[in-house]
Design a protein around this ligand. Structure first.
Ligand code: NAD
Ligand code: MG
Length: 406
């Protein structure tokens, strides 16, 4: 008997941001399912050594580097080891490998606003989009969700909270996640859990003195530097509130944040009858990544079983918006609407970069973001080009604010 007819065709995967934390964990899951997935393209900003190593391991058709010099160096080194991978460079090449006709799945795991264009390209081309880059939805939620619909793409949230919510949403809704209102499918609200970060119990004075290395030491998750700082300020949760708004068509008043230090419950959905459904697991991003890759099937992820006896207890408390103003500012930006979230995102990126460069203090981050928002005119969102201009302007204002503090 010929078994080959039962074998599904290999899914071709592009990983945007392959050298990052999410990119590497995606490759880890793919390695466990070589009979299902093949790597089509890997992309990175400038880390030649890491991308070279990945190309040797996964033999993609394309490797894309943002920076020209890095691309030339990667190309030289790949030729020297006899690799047949083609090296491309620049932003347009990111869009090319995200929308290439041979590609089935795109993992959007570039950090920051830089991930917007290739994620849009993947959505417009109708790919299965595994969205880790939350900044895409924060900046351009309405345009991106429209592109998903128009392009016939399948959008699967990878951010652990949104993936958890997606998993416990009613089936008829999760097949088309943004189309109907929450109330129409019996959902009262979504509850995003937050670990509270490393400074959950710190006083305001202690927060003012937080150093770069303290902020980079997250208690539960291993992540890239930008999202680690965002988690420490609770801006990450603020960005996730905006992300949930677009993904699930949830009103700001239907999105609550609850601090849950153990990070075992990854988020919850409350129904109108009082039922609360949660998704639990060890804090390991390979769970949502495997879910996105396999959907609607379940794949092994390499994550160990949750040991509830060792976990022993699950704690919850309300977030403190006074010590962590970034969460308040994000709700305000969502309520303002239009270009406000894009401005918030750009100002945050500049402030976090400055904090990581040890130019400003930890509590200067919310100060800069709030100053930029109040100095900016909020417009309704019309186009990606407009958002790119808004983003650039907000970065300029944030840089001026930041320099005034140095
Ligand atoms: P990271 O810093 O570890 O990796 C970022 C990747 O993006 C790298 O491959 C880098 O080369 C690439 N990159 C950076 N700037 C670029 C640019 N200008 N153009 C093209 N490529 C560029 O980040 P990460 O922790 O993997 O996070 C990636 C995204 O996933 C972020 O949006 C983050 O918010 C989201 N996310 C991450 C986690 C996590 O656990 N790490 C969880 C949820 C969501
Ligand atoms: Mg998250």
């Amino acid at each position: 008997m010929d078994n080959s007819t039962n074998q599904p065709a290999l899914q071709q995967v592009t990983i945007l941001g392959a050298t990052g934390t999410i990119g590497l964990q995606t490759l880890d899951v793919i390695s466990q399912h070589k009979n299902r997935f093949s790597v089509f393209a890997l992309t990175a900003s400038s880390n030649v050594k890491s991308l070279l190593n990945l190309c040797q391991q996964y033999s993609p058709q394309y490797a894309v580097m943002l920076q020209a010099e890095a691309a030339a160096e990667l190309s030289r080194q790949l030729k020297a080891v006899g690799s047949s991978t083609t090296v491309l460079r620049g932003e347009a090449s990111l869009n090319y490998v995200a929308s290439h006709e041979s590609v089935d799945v795109v993992m959007a795991a570039i950090v920051g606003a830089a991930g917007l264009h290739p994620a849009m390209a993947a959505a417009q081309a109708g790919k299965r989009v595994l969205l880790a880059n939350k900044e895409t939805l924060v900046m351009a939620g309405n345009l991106f969700m429209q592109a998903v619909l128009d392009g016939g793409a399948t959008l699967l949230p990878i951010d652990s909270e949104h993936n958890a919510i997606f998993q416990v949403m009613p089936l008829r809704r999760s097949n088309n996640i943004s189309e109907s209102s929450l109330a129409s499918v019996g959902v009262k609200r979504v509850l995003l859990t937050a670990s509270g970060g490393p400074f959950r119990n710190a006083s305001l004075d202690e927060l003012k003195a937080v150093t770069r290395s303290q902020a980079l030491n997250h208690p539960n998750w291993v992540m890239g530097p930008k999202i680690t700082v965002d988690s420490a300020t609770l801006m990450n949760k603020g960005l996730e509130v905006i992300e949930a708004h677009w993904l699930f068509n949830a009103l700001p008043s239907q999105i609550d944040v609850v601090v849950h230090p153990q990070s075992v419950i990854h988020s919850m959905v409350e129904y109108i009858d009082g039922s609360v459904l949660a998704q639990l697991g060890n804090p390991d991003m390979r769970i949502p990544i495997a879910y996105g890759l396999g959907y609607p099937d379940r794949l092994t992820s390499g994550v160990s079983s949750l040991d509830l006896l060792t976990t022993a207890r699950l704690d919850f408390c309300a977030p403190d918006m006074i010590r962590f103003p970034c969460l308040r500012i994000a709700y305000e930006a969502l309520n303002l609407g239009g270009t406000a979230p894009a401005i918030l995102n750009a100002a945050n990126e500049i402030a976090v970069e400055a904090f990581l460069a040890e130019k400003i203090g930890f509590m200067d981050i919310p100060y800069i973001i709030e100053s930029v928002l109040s100095a900016s005119e909020i417009e309704s969102v019309e186009s990606i080009e407009q958002l790119v201009a808004v983003d650039a302007r907000a970065r300029l204002v944030a840089t001026v604010q930041m320099r005034a503090l140095c």
